[in-house]
Write a protein that binds this ligand. Structure first.
Ligand SMILES: C[S@@+](CC[C@H](N)C(=O)[O-])C[C@H]1O[C@@H](n2cnc3c(N)ncnc32)[C@H](O)[C@@H]1O
Length: 342
């Protein structure tokens, strides 16, 4: 998966083959339109306020692909009179950086190749669909124990063979699959070391671990996307399509907490959108021509509706070195008490 997506010469993302949006391979919150970034900009400002509006404050995005979300967030910050906040992008791939710098010409953006290169201090780390795209192993149960699935060359192609055993998963019937992300904790640790007073705002699709281990999900959640068609054959045409799996939010939370983050809240995107949109919609009231209002409403519907992005996606908030009162920022206002985890 690492080579298929991130090999600098042939990887789907690293070599610049990924196409997102209507004429590409899949949609994201970002490709729906600028509303998503405008909402995130407001969340960033609320989080900055909770940090006491420090002079030195970083907005960091990781998984920025073509730079469109950065553009939308920066437009939102500017609209709120805060266009001078420096925006950092963590981007390991030269090719992506080039595309991002074209999208972001004239903007106050700085790039680093890894989170470890970020300055230490106060800030917010944003990501949309980063964690699902981190390389994972597939663990498979043989009925009595789990093992990772390894890949070998077979003729002109590739095949799966049994790899090393895995011992931390509960018993499941033979053939049951579950995806395990090996680099996630290291990333969370690096971010905790850099954002010593700050927040992680993670938006992605996924479930709690017990939902991923439920009997009806015995095949795991791996999916490949090309031209809006989904398949489950990651070893075919590597580098030509996206490979993803749902985020295991239980493991994400446990790993984040184990490296120093405090889990503040997690909720479905539709509830996040309702809270996050209230102040934005109030500020726009009566100031938009009808055509623009219709476009915004269409984007809002797509981001919110349960049959599109509303219930598949979740927003998660983690804090480090700062108090975060329940119900703040506004995107998490409608998190239920049981959604708040310590
Ligand atoms: C599914 S795409 C999401 C793109 C964009 N955020 C959006 O929502 O449209 C995943 C992105 O994460 C990036 N990515 C994966 N691992 C990364 C890492 N360790 N550091 C920075 N970016 C990474 C990929 O290159 C790709 O741009």
């Amino acid at each position: 998966m690492e080579l298929a997506l991130y090999d600098p010469d042939g990887g789907y993302y690293a070599a610049g083959r990924a196409r997102i949006g209507r004429s590409g391979d899949f949609f994201t919150n970002v490709s729906v339109g600028p509303l998503f970034g405008a909402l995130l900009a407001r969340q960033v400002l609320e989080l900055r306020g909770m940090l006491g509006n420090p002079d030195r404050f970083l907005v960091v995005e990781q998984g920025a692909n073509d730079g469109q979300l950065a553009k939308d967030v920066l437009d939102g910050l500017r609209a709120a009179g805060c266009g001078d906040i420096p925006y950092w992008i963590v981007e390991p791939f030269e090719n992506r950086r080039t595309e991002q710098s074209l999208t972001l010409q004239g903007e106050n953006v700085r790039w680093v190749a890894s989170p470890d290169e970020l300055p230490q201090g106060s800030g917010v780390h944003l990501s949309n669909e980063l964690f699902d795209a981190l390389p994972f192993d597939i663990a498979e149960s043989n009925g009595s124990r789990w093992h990772l699935m390894a890949v070998e060359e077979r003729g002109d192609g590739f095949g799966f063979v049994d790899g090393p055993p895995v011992d931390h998963l509960p018993g499941r019937p033979a053939g049951f699959r579950f995806e395990v992300r090996r680099d996630q904790k290291g990333l969370l640790r690096s971010l905790a070391n850099r954002l010593t007073r700050g927040f992680l705002l993670i938006i992605d699709y996924g479930f709690e671990r017990d939902e991923l281990l439920a009997p009806h999900r015995s095949g795991g959640t791996l999916a490949c996307y090309k031209a809006h068609r989904r398949d489950d054959a990651p070893l075919e045409n590597p580098g030509r399509k996206d490979i993803t799996a749902h985020v295991d939010f239980t493991t994400l939370r446990e790993e984040a907490v184990s490296v120093g983050w405090r889990a503040e809240a997690m909720l479905d995107q539709h509830r996040f959108m309702v809270g996050a949109a209230e102040s934005l919609l109030k500020s726009l009231d009566g100031r938009l021509p009808d055509a623009a209002s219709a476009k915004i409403l269409q984007q809002w519907r797509t981001l919110m509706h349960p049959s599109t992005m509303g219930t598949q996606f979740r927003a998660a908030l983690f804090s480090n070195g700062v108090d975060c009162p329940a119900g703040r920022p506004s995107g998490f206002r409608y998190a239920r008490k049981s959604d708040r985890e310590d």
